[in-house]
Design a protein around this ligand. Structure first.
Ligand SMILES: [Zn+2]
Length: 263
């Protein structure tokens, strides 16, 4: 596959250096993710297309930094089609209509095919795209090297689903992963195993803190993320809640009013 990284040009506290979008050139020019419509992204995309029409944009999930650029791309390349797994309450915020894609679909991209892999947890509609001929997985927000992925518990996130998605990709055993943030990942199994271990360690820490009476989500954030930047606190709280909800689903903890306790 002929893949060009087209930077989203949208650096920020949640996007790091900004989103990665990937152009797959060939018979069906395909862009993976739309970023946020920054003019530098559109310029870089036009350069990478070198006069070719843009056939389609496949969106990994409906978080703003992946989908908000669809309108600007549609304005610049009017015949482009946009596909994603549907999440109607979010998709209606966009000015384009999406064709629906689902787990297991094979979609022509460039001169090859991509297999759709549904990987919910970070978002209910989260998709990865696998090029089976090279073992390249476009992994969107499944993992980010050197950082952990936010599970937005109150906005469609689920830690149980996220862990199942990590295990699913571990089974697929891609040779390399191209994430939506940060560097390419050349040892996916190692990175995913580290992620799984990190989550289990985090869970053990939370169980221990709740056991000794630190059962308030804000207090848990304070203990687990000392020195965290204030603007990142709400997302840390969401991740803590995601752990607590997973424990609740497993019958191991419950919300006793404002405070969580072990059962
Ligand atoms: Zn996301």
């Amino acid at each position: 596959m002929n893949i060009t990284l087209v930077p989203g040009g949208n650096p920020g506290p949640y996007t790091g250096a900004g989103n990665n979008t990937y152009l797959i050139s060939g018979k069906t020019p395909t862009l993976l993710d739309a970023a946020t419509g920054e003019s530098s992204h559109l310029v870089a995309l036009a350069e990478a297309l070198a006069g070719q029409p843009l056939g389609q944009v496949l969106v990994s999930h409906a978080h703003q930094d992946h989908v908000d650029g669809c309108g600007s791309i549609a304005a610049r390349w009017p015949i482009t089609c946009f596909g994603k797994m549907l999440w109607p309450e979010r998709d209606c915020l966009q000015s384009v209509d999406f064709f629906p894609i689902s787990d297991g679909d094979l979609i022509p991209a460039g001169d090859g095919m991509l297999r759709v892999v549904h990987t919910p947890g970070h978002a209910p509609d989260h998709l990865c795209f696998l090029d089976e001929t090279t073992g390249t997985l476009f992994s969107a927000d499944l993992v980010v090297q050197g950082s952990s992925v936010v599970i937005p518990n109150s906005h469609g996130g689920s830690l149980a689903q996220y862990l199942a998605s990590l295990r699913l990709v571990l089974d697929i055993a891609p040779h390399r992963m191209l994430p939506a943030h940060g560097q390419a990942i050349d040892s996916p199994s190692e990175v995913i195993s580290t992620y799984l271990e990190h989550r289990l360690q985090r869970e053990a820490q939370i169980i221990e803190l709740v056991r000794v009476g630190v059962g308030w989500p804000d207090a848990l954030v304070k203990r687990l993320y000392p020195g965290i930047r204030p603007e990142l606190k709400p997302m840390a709280r969401e991740s803590v809640l995601a752990h607590l909800v997973k424990l609740q689903e497993e019958g191991r903890a419950r919300d006793d009013g404002e405070c969580w306790v072990l059962t």
